[in-house]
Design a protein. Structure first.
Length: 677
């Protein structure tokens, strides 16, 4: 075999292996940028040596192989991929090529410049305005039918608003917003003891669940960017009109998308995205540039894998190098020992990083990072700092290979690895670090929400021997507390009041607080609304637990076991004796969090709402309503007699402004169809 042919073989094997890791197992082994480099190299090699090309080469496929778990959907039109460019010059070369193809001047073309969301492509079919099918991209030609799971995506209309066409397919990206990813991973860590690598993998895993209750419990969002008009009933001339129609039907479309005239404005806007990428609500790995004129698109056409009228400008993942000062181990609520890196602080993706998780023993050995090394740091999903690996420093003597400690740094008990698992645990049930984390979890916002019980205070209470279990909290008296350092009579009294208030917490929150393995908010609510009291739940047979929606065999077995553990039963008896309700009141289901994590500024009077009402309505949908406009503002609702300074700030920052009449629609769908200019 010739050298190029050997290299091509090697690249194909590598790419196939990474495709499998990425698409089938949702667990990439290498950064996207490295993967892109492999594909680019293979493509270049095939271009130079056409004899190496073959129909079956990975370069002629557009994506993932399809699996057999879901039924197959043959796409009405193939779901194509995009060609990539990596800098401004390559982007200009692309627009020059487009201009040549149209016999136009690049300065006269109009483009859409959109965020390239790091999620996964989804096709959704609507018949007479009703959602009938949702399918993944699969290999581009055949995807998987994930309709039941797609219906659980909260910001997605199941019925289109307004005038609806016969049959349309709406394509776009499923993603998990950054703030949702942080919360999801916290929950995953608490409930499952493991985390997702990044929002894309979390979204992919969540969409391909066999049980749609699990998908429903994940914060998936959808962003629409393409309309496939299956019976040619629409007659749009420009892409911008398609996007406006999608928004009118109730889809979320990218608020940052800009339609610009001329190649230079297009290049400038794409670079704007690169500088602002960390301020966006979702993780992006680049921008997508599309020709706006649909007739021009027809002229340009497609290659076998991608349209000629669109291109992705990919951004390099933001990575920094810094010195690894030490590797330490922290002990969690379940005793799990997690190694983490202590770093010389460095700014990555917009904020300073001094600590980064190393996940577990295997990860440390695989990355072979040692104290003193220069290491590469990045943020998974733009938010969670992680150490990628060590940088070679020829001539420097490295410290010896780091060894996982055998003793718990907190209690001196032994640290053990159980069976095949990659996790190590402190096996001392009386370890104060575990106890501290358990009590903090019990008092946390998601559980009993006891204000004033932060890490320092709990450590102090444990240290003074005032508590040794969550049940002890309820016998604390002002007299016990007021002598503690830093806690006067008044704050002692307010802490006791906060603990007192927690006694009426609904059963679901107590279940979350107790940290029953695998029980997250969805299962906790399901269990509590079915059984209504702890005693009823504790006496339910296993088979009955298993039949509940959102409670599979794993959760059921865990709850069943928990309720039969004598130590846990004794705690429940004490909690009951202390006056906890341990019951679930009848409350209406919460409203859909259409504005989760979004800041909506209201200016002027919106009909039907007082200022307070408008704010509460936004908060009830998971959003916030700050008093001023900033670059983080999602949109500005403009009522009667709006404030001039808010309007001009919104204009300056390019924040969408929507009329007061669209407020109700915004609350219900998280999006809008009309903007003010
Ligand atoms: S357009 C024929 N627009 O990137 C046009 N794709 O690398 C196909 N993506 O498969 C896609 N954001 O999953 C388009 N604003 C955007 C996008 C976008 C993310 C994804 C999509 C596509 C992949 C190609």
């Amino acid at each position: 075999m010739s050298a190029p042919s050997r290299r091509a073989e090697f690249l194909r094997t590598e790419i196939t292996r990474h495709n499998d890791a990425y698409f089938v197992h949702d667990a990439p082994i290498i950064p996207d940028a490295d993967y892109d480099a492999l594909v680019q190299e293979l493509r270049a090699l095939e271009a130079e040596h056409p004899e190496l090309r073959s129909e079956s080469s990975v370069t002629s496929r557009v994506g993932a192989p399809s699996s057999t778990v879901f039924s197959e959907v043959v796409h009405a039109e193939p779901m194509l991929s995009l060609d990539n460019v990596f800098d401004e010059d390559e982007l200009r070369t692309w627009s020059d090529r487009v201009a040549r193809g149209l016999a136009e001047d690049a300065a006269n073309l109009s483009f859409a410049v959109e965020p390239k969301i790091d999620g996964l492509a989804l096709s959704i079919t609507y018949v007479d305005g009703v959602l009938t099918q949702g399918a993944t991209r699969g290999d581009g030609r055949v995807g998987e039918d994930v309709t039941d799971n797609v219906r659980t995506i909260r910001n997605l209309p199941t019925v289109l608003n307004g005038t609806v066409p016969g049959r349309v397919e709406v394509r776009g990206e499923v993603f998990i917003a950054k703030h949702d990813f942080v919360a999801l991973n916290e929950r995953q860590r608490e409930v499952e003891g493991k985390e997702f690598a990044n929002p894309r993998n979390a979204a992919a895993g969540s969409l391909r669940q066999k049980d749609s209750a699990v998908s429903a419990s994940r914060p998936l969002s959808f962003l629409a960017y393409q309309l496939v008009d299956l019976d040619q009933s629409t007659a749009f001339v420009h892409y911008i009109d398609t996007i406006h129609q999608l928004a009118r039907w109730g889809f979320f479309t990218a608020p940052e998308t800009e339609f610009v005239d001329g190649a230079e404005a297009m290049v400038a806007r794409s670079t704007w995205f690169e500088t602002r990428r960390h301020d966006l609500q979702y993780e992006i790995d680049g921008v997508v540039i599309k020709v706006d004129d649909l007739a021009q698109r027809d002229v340009l056409g497609f290659t076998s894998r991608a349209p000629r009228w669109a291109v992705a400008r990919k951004f390099p993942p933001e990575e920094r190098t810094t010195r690894l000062l030490a590797i330490e181990v922290s002990i969690g609520r379940t005793g799990r020992a997690t190694p983490y890196a202590v770093l010389e602080p460095v700014v990555v993706a917009g904020s300073s990083v001094a600590l980064a998780t190393l996940h577990n023993q295997d990860q440390v050995s695989q990355k072979d990072v040692r104290p003193g090394d220069l290491v590469i740091v990045r943020k998974a999903g733009d938010v969670i700092p992680e150490v990628v690996g060590a940088v070679d420093e020829p001539g420097r003597t490295r410290s010896p290979v780091w060894k996982f400690p055998t003793k718990c740094p907190e209690c001196g008990g032994s640290l053990e690895r159980v069976g095949e698992q990659s996790d190590t645990y402190c096996v001392n049930p009386a370890c104060p670090a575990q106890l501290l984390q358990q009590i903090l979890h019990f008092a946390s916002r998601a559980a009993l929400d006891i204000e004033g019980l932060g890490e320092q205070r709990v450590a102090q209470l444990l240290g003074e021997g005032l508590i040794s279990d969550v049940a002890d909290l309820f016998s604390l008296r002002v007299g016990d507390l007021s002598s503690l350092e830093g806690l006067g009579e008044l704050s002692a009294a307010s802490l006791v009041r906060a603990i007192e208030r927690a006694k009426s917490a609904p059963l679901s929150r107590v279940l979350i607080g107790l940290g029953v393995r695998h029980v997250g908010p969805v299962a906790a609510r399901e269990l509590s609304s079915r059984f209504r009291s702890y005693d009823e739940l504790a006496s339910a047979p296993l088979e009955e637990l298993e039949t509940l929606d959102g409670v599979g065999p794993v959760i059921a077995a865990s709850v069943f076991r928990y309720c039969r553990d004598p130590e846990h039963s004794e705690r429940m008896v004490r909690l009951k004796a202390a006056g906890l309700d341990l019951a679930e009141p009848n409350v209406p289901p919460p409203l859909d969090a259409t504005l989760a994590g979004r800041a909506v500024v209201v200016t002027g009077a919106v009909e039907g709402y007082s200022r307070d009402d408008a704010e509460s309505a936004i908060v009830a949908r998971g959003g916030s309503s700050p008093g001023s406009v900033s670059k983080r503002t999602y949109c500005v609702v403009v009522g009667e007699a709006p404030g001039a300074s808010k309007l001009s700030k919104a204009r300056e920052l390019g924040i969408p402004m929507i009329p007061g009449s669209a407020f109700l629609g915004l609350l219900e769908s998280g999006t809008w169809s009309t903007t003010l200019s």
